[in-house]
Design a protein around this ligand. Structure first.
Ligand code: TYM
Length: 332
């Protein structure tokens, strides 16, 4: 008997330049899953979600193809994966409305990402921000995804999705499988400012477009173990964000050596940063080269998004029809 493929789904907002956190926490895993037997992958640019922070419309229009270029440069193959813009599937907005009927507001109010966003943009706590996890649940449940590869910060949203799917199934009869996050790969890449998350709005990122010089300039001034004032002071790699970055980008032997040499003060922070800059640049270089090659044909991006949007729509439409039918809605 033919084994059914597992459905993989994930998205990235079009908030501007992609950073190393997005790449290591999400996109790199998207490519690995696409290239593994047994998975059918859906990847998209979450442009509806991007609107929750009210971006400039013209910026959104240029940022979206930029993210698609990043997807393609990282190795997403539109022949293998369905690659689309979220807003090209308006059925997702309907699904969000329908599953919202089984979502208690308490769940949304408790959501840590909502609390954080409300703190960061107190003058713009809009309805879209509040229902962000419901739309994300629609994204995931639309193609009935089994597996959701995301960074650690998104895990609460996958939990809410499971809650909603479960509620819906028990109230109306089974429509949804319960999706799971790709837990073993759900990492949190720390920022260059000593905080625990690299993020665009925090201004503490290494961007995928950064040149070798730009990477070095950012790392040179990046925060390390603040107690290590002189080169002769023994360091505490387990408290240092740059050591954590080494763990994500450097080979095991190098990480081990850095750990020992930092603790024994055999190397200083600058030596450690130089090695890190080399290893990060080695990841970014090929991505940047491929991006330039693909960027030569702007019509190509449009075509990829058009085809992907159509494919995604066909599948998601079926789910929405099933949900409408279960809920007693008739198209008159
Ligand atoms: P966004 O654009 O904020 O982030 C895209 C992906 O990058 C991951 N990420 C990180 N991973 C590790 N360390 C970091 N410092 C870091 N910063 C970002 C995020 O965890 C995410 O996986 N809500 C999603 C977009 C979305 C979505 C979905 C994802 C909309 N609908 C459905 C999965 C399924 C987001 O905030 O993306």
């Amino acid at each position: 008997m033919l084994q059914e493929k597992q459905v993989v789904l994930s998205g990235i907002r079009a908030t501007g330049k992609m950073h190393l956190g997005n790449y290591l926490g999400a996109m790199k895993n998207f490519v690995d899953l696409q290239n593994t037997e047994g998975y059918q992958c859906f990847y998209f640019v979450a442009d509806y979600h991007t609107l929750t922070t009210n971006p400039d419309p013209d910026e959104l229009k240029t940022n979206l193809p930029g993210i698609v270029l990043d997807y393609l440069a990282a190795g997403i193959d539109p022949e293998k994966s369905t690659l689309y813009a979220q807003s090209s599937v308006p059925e997702l907005a309907e699904l969000c409305l329908l599953i919202g009927m089984v979502t208690p507001i308490g769940e949304l109010m408790r959501c840590p990402t909502f609390k954080e966003k409300a703190r960061k943009q107190p003058d713009n706590v809009n309805h879209g921000l509040f229902t962000y996890p419901v739309l994300m649940a629609a994204d995931i449940l639309g193609p009935k995804a089994d597996l959701v590869p995301v960074g650690e910060d998104q895990l609460p949203h996958v939990e809410i999705t499971r809650f909603i799917a479960n509620r819906f199934n028990s109230r109306y009869g089974k429509v949804f499988e319960l999706p799971v996050a790709l837990m073993e790969k759900a990492i949190r890449v720390p920022g260059l400012d000593g905080t625990d998350k690299m993020g665009k709005s925090e201004g503490n990122t290494i961007d995928l477009s950064d040149s070798a010089d730009a990477v070095w300039e950012k790392l040179r001034v990046a925060v390390t173990d603040e107690q290590r004032e002189r080169r002769s002071d023994p360091g505490r790699p387990y408290l240092c964000n740059l050591y954590a970055l080494h763990e994500f980008v450097s080979l095991t032997d190098i990480v081990k050596a850095i750990d020992e040499e930092c603790r024994s003060a055999t190397i200083g922070c600058i030596d450690c940063k130089k090695k890190l800059a080399e290893n990060i640049t080695a990841i970014l270089d090929p991505l940047q080269q491929r991006r330039v090659e693909i960027a030569k044909g702007p019509d190509y991006i449009r075509q990829v998004l058009h085809d992907g949007g159509q494919r995604a729509r066909e599948i998601i439409k079926e789910t929405v029809a099933e949900v409408r039918q279960k809920m007693g809605l008739i198209m008159y």
